[in-house]
Design a protein around this ligand. Sequence first.
Ligand code: ZN
Length: 299
Amino acid sequence: MISNNMSEQKKGRIIRGIGGFYYVETDTGIITCRARGKLRMMGETPYVGDYVTVSINQDMTGYVLEISERKNVMIRPPIANIDMIAIVASKAPPVTDTYFIDRIAALAEYKGIEVCVVINKCDEDIGEELFEIYKNTNIKVFRLSAKNGDGVAEFKQHLSGKLSAFTGNSGVGKSTLINAIMPDAMLETGEINSKIGRGRHTTRQVEILKLSENTWIADTPGFSAFDIAAKDEIKPEDLENMFPDFSEYISECKFIGCSHIKDSECAVIEAVENGNIQESRYESYKKMYSELEKIPKYK
Ligand code: ZN
């Protein structure tokens, strides 16, 4: 008699989650899993990007038994273990607002995640102004055209060995860029789709796509909506450390605990006036500061 209880354990990574099912990539293929009851009882929710231990049945279904320790986690959208956030921007219409970039860059800094700005549509507008702002902010900036392929190879090299989450304002060409980066991965994506009956471009779920061994891309349609404060309990006074371009000045302010908003003898404000801090960065700082101040504090 064949035992139905025989199952094998394996390590893998969750590449997609939908309706209580987790699709776990292992070296023997993609296993459709549910979370083990014990995990749920402990209040642990598996996230896309998690490294997990699964039990595998003979029919390639299984259970997520254990979630490996995460290096970071985003709540909206839910995704774990991000190595880099690539903010896709454009100076051609629809023009990206620097505030959009700066909020995400600040949150990434708070979480200790590398960030880069990718100026797309350079065939239409070279994006000189955006390029100068972020070059002077020590954020890595790429200029490319997903449409004609210029600059894509250099950016692609920078993705190597990372899980990169792509975000961008609507119409900026994020999907075109992902397709330009990984045309060879379409086949694998197609395989996944036929198994679970879903078209890649209709999804609103987070999923990660494998570019090569150890290199992943997360297409995160909802990333722009991330809630910077509520879930992460960011306080206004945390904000100065989320703008790395301010760091060499904050210790020079006359008053300890200077908010860099209107205090006298503020070295940050002075640096903005001298052109050492980009004005748009400081504007974003002020705007975020006032947003954070408005969040009710529960004590
Ligand atoms: Zn100050």
